[in-house]
Design a protein around this ligand. Structure first.
Ligand code: NCD
Length: 339
């Protein structure tokens, strides 16, 4: 895969070599993300960060990643204050914004919208989430996290067992992660969801056709047995016709210390794309696991920065320049990366 100048709209663009390349470059970005070094490789470049759906970590980490490479970030973060609310087409918005920016990250509530936007854009576009469809950079950072967590005690992605829990119908992160895992071998997927919120049939068939084992169940406690990773998701309330309808499913599956200890194999890595829904009637991942060493959710969010730095560096072709234009950090840096 040639990253230079390309759009990243779907994980189906990747092969294993491309994933390895992203992970290697992400590793090389660690000193910069950890504030041990700084670089101005992207000095003068502008990121158009266009978010037309709520976001905290995706928007922020894309912005920080670009800043850490020395570039500038301009943002639109509200559909109501953007010209889209005046009826402007994706085509026109893309033509305009791509005249102002060197690269664009876009999140939008409609499946396929980022693809359509990218076709009209004059600069590379990264999909920051298009409705329930895809979230490729999240899948890459999830897989990067899984690899690191498993490698830490001698396990690998090939042959691993992963449980995905929650709203598998609407969750774009589990859609993209599953499709990325198509490229690996002999994985056991335990898909735990209410019957009405199952993983789309097309993805399940693809996983089976790729030789993976897929178990679908609505019995969480049984499904939690014998996994290397448990990946929890929130009920995607905004994809339902009403809050009332989402409430039928909210709180159905909850992982807490007691359920984890009773059902999960030792060393099962706990992941969640976040935000976790911490309201009492939902609480799919309880705070009582916050100090658990296998809770990887904040290592996962930290990894989002280096993976996104890697995507920018590869697409804008500055991987070598990052090191060449680097210097030491002079300000006080707290050691905050060993969570
Ligand atoms: C996810 C998303 O927006 O799809 N969040 C994220 O980007 N980390 C998951 C979610 O909102 O539940």
């Amino acid at each position: 895969m040639d990253f230079r100048g390309s759009h990243i709209t779907s994980v189906t663009q990747f092969d294993r070599a491309a994933i390895e390349r992203v992970f290697d470059v992400a590793d090389s970005m660690q000193p910069f993300a950890r504030r041990e070094r700084r670089t101005n490789a992207l000095d003068g470049a502008i990121l158009g960060n266009m978010f037309f759906e709520p976001s905290t970590r995706t928007r922020f980490s894309f912005g920080c990643a670009f800043n850490l490479l020395g570039g500038y970030v301009r943002e639109t973060s509200d559909i109501k204050t953007s010209s889209i609310s005046k009826g402007e087409s994706l085509y026109d918005t893309a033509r305009v914004v791509s005249g102002y920016s060197d690269i664009i990250v876009m999140r939008h509530p409609q499946a396929g919208s980022v693809e359509e936007f990218a076709r009209a854009s004059r600069v590379p576009v990264i999909n920051g989430g298009d409705g329930p469809n895809e979230h490729p950079s999240q899948a890459l950072l999830d897989l990067y996290t899984i690899k690191k967590e498993l490698n830490a005690n001698g396990r690998k992605i090939d042959g691993m067992r992963i449980a995905m829990v929650g709203d598998l119908k609407h969750g774009r992160t589990v859609h993209s992660l599953s499709q990325l895992l198509l490229l690996f071998n002999n994985i056991t997927f335990t898909l735990i969801s209410p019957l009405e919120l199952k993983m789309p049939e097309g993805i399940v068939s693809e996983l089976r056709a790729a030789g993976h084992s897929v178990i679908e169940t609505d019995d969480m406690e049984k499904g939690l047995n014998d996994n290397d990773t448990v990946y929890l998701t929130r009920i995607q309330e905004e994809r339902f016709s009403s809050r009332l309808e989402a409430n039928i499913y909210r709180g159905r599956f909850k992982l807490n210390q007691e359920i984890y200890t009773r059902n999960c194999a030792p060393n099962t890595v706990i992941m969640h794309p976040l935000p976790r829904d911490s309201r009492e009637d939902a609480n799919e991942l309880d705070n009582d696991l916050n100090q658990h060493p296998n809770l990887a959710i904040f290592r996962q969010t930290d990894n989002g920065v280096v993976v996104r730095m890697a995507l920018f560096a590869l697409i804008l072709d500055v991987v070598e320049l990052v090191e060449a234009k680097s210097s030491e950090v002079k300000w006080y840096t707290a050691s905050r990366f060993d969570n």
